[in-house]
Design a protein around this ligand. Sequence first.
Ligand SMILES: [Zn+2]
Length: 131
Amino acid sequence: MSSVQEKMYDRRDSSLRFVNGPDELDFEWNEYKSSMAAMSCGHAVTPMSLTAWCRHLLSEGICKFTCPVERKDNKKKCDAEWPYTEVRRMALLTPEEKVEFEEKLARLAAGEYCDVKQLTEKEALISAGSA
Ligand SMILES: [Zn+2]
């Protein structure tokens, strides 16, 4: 075991929507101690499980953060796309993790493995502004 401290949600944080478990991203049965909070799609995560899942996606060369939870009604993957800003907030990324994630995202974007919508929108804004 590493000595990395487990990240936990602050129960007093009113921007989070707390839900009762199970932690739907805890695929490795780590049984994190944090409270569970709902993502925008409604599925429950802990900061640790969300960080681990998104790190896994990045290591696979995937730069879209999608929800892997199986829906109970039709047994299909939820597949909701979480913006990085939501992941950053909900995973309680540490400064080191932010650097790690953002470097990986930038590298993936540069390699054209993914279409980074934010970038093209930004470029469009810039060219519109300079016209
Ligand atoms: Zn979901």
